[in-house]
Design a binder for this molecule. Structure first.
Ligand code: THU
Length: 160
């Protein structure tokens, strides 16, 4: 038996001011998107903003529904919007923010969002940064979607 090991490195920044100007703008856009979230059931508002290689920014927020599973997370709303309008879109950075007040640790993407993010990252053959922020103001910079989902399912597996 071989024991294997998987880990990834990420950065913790003291605040948004330690991010690049482009990422600071994403934080502003994500916060604006969050405020427009339709989350009457969970009251948990999430906003996402992503920067494309061509400089365009797409945003999204969570959209809930009385039939609960019919809603969609902010990250997927944002990236589906980008990819549906620009099939060749290359994502450089993604910012996710929430209205959570009492969670010091940043809220991270759910499993389904990770799967979606990984597929687009794999397609574009270039990793993108994911930025999260907890209520203590600290920012987490994760170097790729892939690092959040080891052993992810890929399209190639469908053909095997
Ligand atoms: N949600 C997101 O939009 N993104 C996440 O990463 C986690 C969860 C939404 C889904 C639902 O509308 C609400 O937050 C509570 O789960």
């Amino acid at each position: 038996m071989d024991n294997k090991h998987s880990s990834f490195s990420y950065q913790e920044l003291n605040g948004v001011e330690e991010c690049s100007a482009a990422v600071q703008e994403l934080f502003k856009m994500a916060a604006k998107a969050k405020d427009k979230a339709y989350a009457p059931y969970s009251k948990f508002k999430v906003g996402a903003a992503l920067l494309l290689e061509d400089g365009e920014i797409f945003t999204g927020n969570n959209q809930e529904n009385a039939a609960y599973p019919s809603g969609l997370c902010a990250e997927r709303v944002a990236i589906f919007a980008a990819k549906s309008q620009k099939t060749e879109a290359v994502v450089k950075s993604l910012v996710i923010v929430t209205n959570a007040q009492d969670i010091a640790v940043p809220v991270a993407p759910c499993g389904s969002c990770r799967q979606v993010l990984v597929e687009y990252e794999f397609m574009q053959k270039e990793k993108f940064d994911i930025y999260l922020q907890g209520s203590n103001g600290k920012v987490i910079r994760i170097p790729s979607a892939e690092s959040l989902l080891p052993f992810s399912f890929h399209s190639e597996m469908l053909n095997s």
